[in-house]
Design a protein around this ligand. Structure first.
Ligand code: TYD
Ligand code: MG
Length: 454
């Protein structure tokens, strides 16, 4: 009888130990280390033909002798997804798509599979039954004749089916439901996830069929069994957003075939996810009369310029310690900007509650929105609405100076395209004012801005 081998894994971070411990040394969590049975039998690879086996065993070669494979990509037919991936799914690549439950991962991937004409796709679901998937597919609309569904969780059985139907794209929903015969621990445990993922990665590399793995994210925002999967796959995508908002953001966290600064925006509708190609127009609310406390920032997500609305409310503190709260913006940065306003521009905000909100439920890390943030705060503080049709792009430094921002031309062009009359930028951004029809107002200091606007 084969000797069973066991080892201990931290269920939080995936670190392997030779013996049990109360606390994981790597992530510091208590009671997360669990014994799991691993079995080191020589694995069969049912999908492998003799030809690609010999290629895999070819050994050392001079780099110049390796055939150049210009990466061929599958156009997913979904503009936002294509852009985030860097132009489509690269054949032979493995994409991990993470997100909280209910955010729309299955919907997005099924939608891609259903709309890919002329490409044979296999959607493997371990979570939903065939009829549930059909129901969802009806809502989204079935355009492809070659989208196949398999409800199975055992990887060996999945590989047998893969060999039979030879798909050109495989979606696994989700990696946490899979189990392999070579590991005895329960589905969802670290060793199962690791082994199933590595089997699928081997399958993908040897057959050149791209595989998309859907993975659930735990409460802390990490993909369960996370670190181990992130470095194994080629692309890690994250699908995020507030479940109560209709907008969903798709980001690449890692991409071996493209940049990681791209952002895809979707809107959840009754009939699936709709691509949002003009984010500025949906993120800025149209109003009849100007309201105090609102300012528009020209920001960049990746290389895409986007105008977003910042709302602020400043009121006298009810309790001794004033409250500071920010949604979609870094709270520490908000506190810093408030300190700058207090010290450099003489505003007494120490006894005021300050609330800040970026509309649309999105999160922005771009420092160029600082200028709009302080303007929104000042506008609410003085209860003076800002002039209609103006927007801002500038970073605020600790001494109250307005600093230059990157790619200011793109921000200005976007503001111009959307019909804004004035954009406030840093004096240190060298801009050719004559090139634009929009008026470009330069500011050097927070004080100058206050004098101009209020
Ligand atoms: P789902 O793709 O199941 O999420 P995940 O796989 O990430 O767990 O989508 C969940 C939500 O999306 C669900 O609450 C219902 C909503 N939804 C729509 O609003 N419209 C649709 O067309 C579909 C298919 C789902
Ligand atoms: Mg799902």
């Amino acid at each position: 009888m084969a000797k069973t081998k066991t080892t201990f894994f931290c269920q939080n971070c995936g670190t392997q130990y030779s013996q049990w411990m109360g606390q994981c040394k790597t992530c510091g969590e208590w009671n997360t280390i669990v014994e799991e049975v691993i079995d080191k039998d020589e694995k069969e690879k049912p999908w492998q033909s003799d030809e690609n086996r010999s290629q895999a065993e070819a050994g050392i070669r001079n780099i110049k002798e390796i055939p150049e494979n210009s990466e061929s990509r599958i156009d997913t037919g979904n503009g936002e997804l294509n852009r985030v991936l860097g132009g489509g799914i690269v054949n032979g690549s493995v994409v991990l798509m993470g997100g909280e439950p209910g955010i729309g991962k299955s919907t997005l991937m099924l939608q891609v599979a259903l709309h890919l004409k002329n490409i044979k796709t296999l959607y493997v679901s371990g979570e939903e039954s065939g009829s549930q998937i059909r129901l969802r597919a009806e809502r989204i609309g079935i355009e492809s004749d070659s989208c196949f569904v398999l409800t199975e969780t055992n990887t060996q059985k999945i590989f047998k089916q893969l060999k039979k139907i030879e798909p050109q794209l495989v979606v696994i929903d989700s990696i946490q439901t899979l189990n392999t015969n070579y590991v005895e621990s329960s589905p969802g445990s670290i060793s199962q996830i690791r082994e199933c993922a590595s089997e699928l990665i081997r399958y993908s590399k040897e057959t050149n069929v791209p595989v998309i793995l859907i993975g659930h994210i735990t409460k802390e925002g990490v993909i369960a069994g996370p670190k181990i999967l992130e470095h194994m796959v080629d692309v890690v995508l994250q699908f995020e957003g507030d479940r109560n908002h209709i907008y969903r953001l798709l980001r690449a966290i890692k991409n071996r075939f493209g940049s990681t600064s791209e952002l895809g925006i979707y809107e959840m509708q009754g009939s699936g996810l709709r691509e949002v190609t003009n984010p500025s127009e949906v993120l800025i609310s149209k109003r009849d009369e100007p309201l105090s406390g609102n300012a528009i920032a020209a920001t960049l997500e990746g290389i895409r310029p986007m105008l977003i609305e910042i709302q602020s409310l400043v009121s006298s503190a009810v309790y001794g310690t004033p409250q500071r709260s920010a949604t979609g913006f870094d709270l520490k940065r908000l506190n810093m900007l408030l300190a700058v306003l207090e010290k450099r521009a003489g505003f007494q905000l120490g006894a005021k509650d300050v609330f800040l909100n970026i509309t649309g439920g999105i999160r922005v890390d771009d420092p160029a929105i600082d200028l709009a943030v302080i303007t929104a705060i000042l506008s609410s503080n003085m209860d003076v609405p800002l002039p209609d049709n103006c927007c801002f792009a500038g970073e605020v430094g600790l001494s109250g100076e307005i600093r230059a921002v990157n790619r200011v031309e793109q921000r200005i062009s976007e503001a111009e395209k959307l019909g804004f009359d004035v954009i406030f930028v840093s004096k240190y951004n060298k801009v050719k004012t004559a090139d634009y029809s929009i008026r470009i107002q330069t500011v050097a200091k927070v004080n100058d801005l206050v004098k101009m606007l209020f």
